[in-house]
Design a protein around this ligand. Structure first.
Ligand code: FES
Length: 165
């Protein structure tokens, strides 16, 4: 009489220890190869850290807009800062304003059009305070602090509003 537990299946009987070791080594090498092949793809697709546009000094020089070009009420111009789009304008009441030009809908650059800011991609419209007033943009533009220093314009992050009181 034979014990069922002592019997080996045909597959187990044919695997000697050296064959098992060979298959495990092959499997390990295969996994290693897959990991090595996938790593460059992961590095390429992984999100890259975005550098701070205002750097250590906390400000960025404005490109393509001089103080004289926004000196009078009603004046405004598209320019840039830190490889980003920018709009600087002087409102009819004399207030100088700056906005990152990136539309809050899908990221196209808005353009200064005298009494408003217009996005050419889907017709979004913002008022001179950067508030979204028509079209698909869901949020206002990002406002920046703008100031003149040694005859040049600079922008900086607008101070966060105090949430206490
Ligand atoms: S990206 Fe500006 S309205 Fe769509």
């Amino acid at each position: 009489m034979t014990n069922d537990k002592d019997e080996q299946s045909p597959g187990e009987a044919s695997q000697d220890p050296s064959r098992r070791r060979f298959l495990l080594t092959l499997g390990g090498l295969g996994a290693l190869w897959c990991g090595a092949a996938a790593y460059p793809t992961y590095k390429y697709l992984a999100p890259q850290p975005v550098p701070d546009p205002f750097g250590k000094e906390g400000k960025a020089q404005v490109d393509k807009i001089s103080p004289a070009e926004v000196a009078q009420p009603g004046m405004g111009k598209n320019g840039g800062y830190a490889n980003r789009g920018l709009v600087v304008l002087r409102k009819p009441d004399g207030t100088l304003k700056a906005f990152d030009a990136k539309c809050s809908h899908a990221g196209c650059n808005v353009a200064f059009e005298g009494d408003k800011l217009h996005c050419p991609c889907h017709g979004g419209t913002y008022d001179l305070d950067g508030k979204n007033i028509a079209g698909p943009p869901p949020r206002p533009l990002t406002e920046l602090k703008v100031f003149e220093e040694n005859g040049l314009l600079y922008v900086a992050r607008l101070a966060a509003p105090n949430k206490q009181g």
